[in-house]
Ligand binder design. Structure first.
Ligand SMILES: [Zn+2]
Length: 333
């Protein structure tokens, strides 16, 4: 085993971050603002939840113990002093009203725990004006209040927020660490662990979720079949597909991200790069595509797919229009 796991924190692949937070607790140097930054499914919310458990755990020695009433309720999201922000939908921003409401809740004394903790999911989606709602609390926090902000990147976060928070960057874990975690701690069989570790690109949360949820791999296979079907379709048929697929924007973004990883692999193979593709379980389909198009066509598909994902994450974009353009741009086979 290449990593030493801190076993009572159920956080994998981010040992240094856990050690850092443990030390701040041991030396009574707990900050009021934390900003956890990292890619989707890398483990931000898991770290936030485990930290909240550690802060409010009632076990005298092992924090978080995972057994006491506080730990168990925080783990299941049912503790009155650990609050989470909500968005209207997966594609809408975190709104100023929600942030103001959270500041009001945070100002109240804890009902029962030592700390009242607010976890801000997708903080990077909040507009600057909305982010401002946190400043007063971050400048003059109540002694019991702790804010944990989660963001995919640092760029959209105001410098005034960043400078008042302890920033913790979570990097993707090594593929080998993901593999070892799945086999040794989750008893996954070796072949499955190898595939999931590979596909995860180091996002531990994704890998653990995919291990427990058979549908994740099934969805991928479905996404690849659909792409190959579309490449064989006429313009009219592609428009019809676009109409169907653009109805659920969040699902569409997930689908396009899978297609993007698929196109990258086709490009690597078409260019004879010698690099191993990501989607090692889809080798037959990848080979089939590689033989039918040039590296240039694959490269164009990579860039147009990436551009469309960028457009869709902007809330004002017309999903139908963006997808029409993309599907017409894809090569035929
Ligand atoms: Zn506990």
């Amino acid at each position: 085993m290449t990593t030493t796991f801190t076993h009572h924190w159920q956080v994998y692949g981010h040992d240094w971050a856990v050690a850092h937070l443990q030390q701040s607790m041991a030396y009574e140097r707990i900050r009021h603002g934390y900003l956890i930054v990292g890619a989707e499914s890398v483990g931000k919310e898991t770290l936030a939840r485990q930290f909240a458990m550690a802060l409010n755990c009632t076990d005298p020695e092992r924090k978080p113990c995972g057994q006491c009433s506080a730990c168990r309720r925080i783990a299941t999201g049912n503790h009155p002093d650990v609050l989470y922000t909500q968005r209207d939908s997966e594609t809408s921003p975190l709104k100023i009203e929600e942030l103001r409401l959270m500041m009001q809740k945070l100002a109240l004394k804890p009902f029962e725990a030592r700390y009242r903790i607010a976890v801000f999911r997708d903080f990077d989606t909040a507009q600057p004006r909305a982010q401002d709602a946190l400043l007063k609390t971050l400048e003059e926090p109540a002694p019991h209040a702790i804010l944990i902000l989660l963001a995919k990147s640092l760029e959209p976060v105001l410098p005034t927020i960043t400078s008042r928070s302890q920033v913790i960057h979570l990097r993707p874990a090594a593929v080998q660490t993901v593999y070892e975690t799945l086999t040794e701690l989750f008893n996954a069989d070796e072949d499955r662990a190898r595939l999931l570790a590979h596909l995860s690109a180091g996002r531990m949360g994704w890998a653990i979720n995919a291990l427990n949820n058979e549908e994740v791999l099934g969805q991928r296979a479905g996404a690849f079949d659909l792409l190959i079907n579309i490449l064989g379709m006429t313009r009219v048929e592609r428009f019809k597909q676009s109409d169907d697929l653009s109805k659920d924007k969040a699902a569409l973004i997930t689908l396009l991200e899978l297609w993007l990883s698929f196109w990258r692999d086709v490009f690597l193979l078409a260019e004879n790069s010698g690099l191993e593709p990501t989607n090692i379980d889809q080798a037959a389909a990848l080979d089939q595509l590689k033989d039918r198009m040039s590296g240039e066509e694959a490269a164009t598909a990579v860039s147009t797919t990436r551009k469309t994902i960028g457009l869709l994450t902007d809330t004002n974009a017309n999903a139908r229009l963006a997808l029409d353009v993309l599907l017409l741009d894809y090569p035929g086979i």
